[in-house]
Design a protein around this ligand. Structure first.
Ligand SMILES: C[S@@+](CC[C@H](N)C(=O)[O-])C[C@H]1O[C@@H](n2cnc3c(N)ncnc32)[C@H](O)[C@@H]1O
Length: 382
């Protein structure tokens, strides 16, 4: 990505200038209009679209600070609307300062040019006050190296070069880590509306909408990091056979059509006790309510887990450890099969829990339950 030659300057469709990388057609903004694009994508559909109290400050992360146009427009927006913005731009390959000597500043509205010059004059890794309470800083670091802040940003201006030029900046793992840096309800906006980018954002847990694009582009994307405002309490059973050697696992066809290995159990309904819910689920999935010689609340999955299916829900998963009275009267074997009287979409089988690979479970909560069972085996005198 670093180039030995300087970017060149190009005038765009609305009369404003942009930069073009040497020896290729890649530009910092749209050739249909740099200023119009930046205003539309990052200001109108980005920072100005946030639903925050007027007295709340706004934390912005920009991926690709570049010429500083988006940053300058955001700072001017803050000033005009009496808002406090804390802006952080990431730029591993800063534009050489000598390039600004020949820049056609007169093609910008004067307040944009003045603000851009001011931002470009701020030393790297230094937080500077801009207007009123608003601050600006830029760090010479790539997004891949930076992904460590948690739940902090309200809006991400995702202004990396296009996927055709830098595909590594548009993948699902990166978008997943980036989501961790954005507070629930926060957004990411980008000029890019490619199907693959949209799918990668969705796979990373963002809720994505296509919005009308700036001139020359039909669409742009806005992705929301869903607000979590509901609990989803779930109860599962680690059912050991009478000898304590094997545990019952289910292979279940989920609502999205995929299959998941999980433990028997499911969601607690309103008005239902936790164990009551467990016995109901046992009846539904296993087709019976086996008699147990012991039962204990064994594990509560601790890390924050967002529901894989309903993004606004936080999963609280409780695991009971049961040991069966006897293996008689049960039909389960080591081969997955539907239980008589149980749900047809659920296949049940015994597995030796000592050799169970936690990674074969789809959900993090089940994975942590398996790990705990294996760790605590000695204490449980199994
Ligand atoms: C489309 S330009 C951004 C234009 C800029 N937002 C502006 O207002 O002028 C893309 C920018 O991303 C920067 N970039 C390249 N690789 C990056 C990375 N791994 N992480 C963050 N930024 C990167 C480039 O150096 C370039 O400045």
């Amino acid at each position: 990505m670093p180039h030995s030659k300087h970017p060149s300057i190009r005038l765009t469709g609305d009369g404003s200038p942009t930069l073009q990388l040497p020896d290729c057609e890649v530009t910092y903004h749209s050739l249909h209009g740099a200023l119009t694009e930046a205003r539309h994508v990052f200001i109108e559909q980005g920072i100005a679209s946030l639903d925050l109290p007027l007295n709340a400050s706004i934390q912005v992360l920009e991926v690709g600070f570049g010429s500083g146009l988006n940053a300058a427009l955001a700072m001017l927006w803050a000033k005009e609307h009496n808002r406090t913005v804390h802006y952080r731009g990431l730029e591993p390959y800063p534009v050489p300062s000598s390039l600004w000597d020949d820049f056609p500043w007169e093609h910008w509205p004067s307040e944009v040019a003045t603000c851009m010059k001011r931002l470009q004059g701020i030393a790297v890794n230094t937080t500077a006050s801009i207007f009123d309470e608003s601050t600006f800083r830029w760090d010479q670091i790539s997004i891949e190296e930076d992904l460590k802040t948690e739940g902090m940003y309200d809006v991400v201006f995702y202004d990396a070069f296009a996927p055709s030029h830098q595909p590594e900046l548009w993948n699902h793992d990166l978008f997943r880590s980036l989501r961790e840096s954005v507070r629930p309800g926060g957004i990411l906006v980008t000029y890019c509306a490619k199907g693959g980018v949209r799918r990668n954002l969705m796979a990373a847990g963002w809720h994505v909408s296509s919005l009308p694009g700036p001139p020359g582009k039909k669409e742009m994307l806005r992705a929301v990091n869903h607000l979590v405002d509901r609990f989803n309490v779930r109860v599962y059973g680690l059912i050991l056979d009478a000898a304590g050697d094997r545990v019952l696992v289910c292979n279940e066809r989920l609502k999205d059509g995929s299959y998941a290995q999980k433990f028997p159990g499911g969601g607690v309904e309103f008005g239902e006790g936790v164990l009551e819910a467990w016995w109901r689920e046992s009846q539904e999935e296993l087709g019976c309510q086996p008699s147990m010689k012991s039962a204990q609340l064994f594990h509560t999955a601790d890390p924050f887990v967002r529901s894989a299916f309903r993004k606004e829900e936080q999963v609280i998963a409780l695991y009971y450890l049961f040991q069966m009275q006897s293996n008689q009267d049960t039909t389960w074997t080591e081969e997955p099969a539907s239980s008589p009287g149980g749900e047809s979409e659920v296949k049940v089988s015994w597995k030796c829990w000592r050799t169970l690979d936690y990674r074969t479970f789809r959900f993090l909560t089940d994975q942590t339950a398996v790990q705990k069972l294996q760790l605590r085996a000695g204490e449980l005198s199994l």
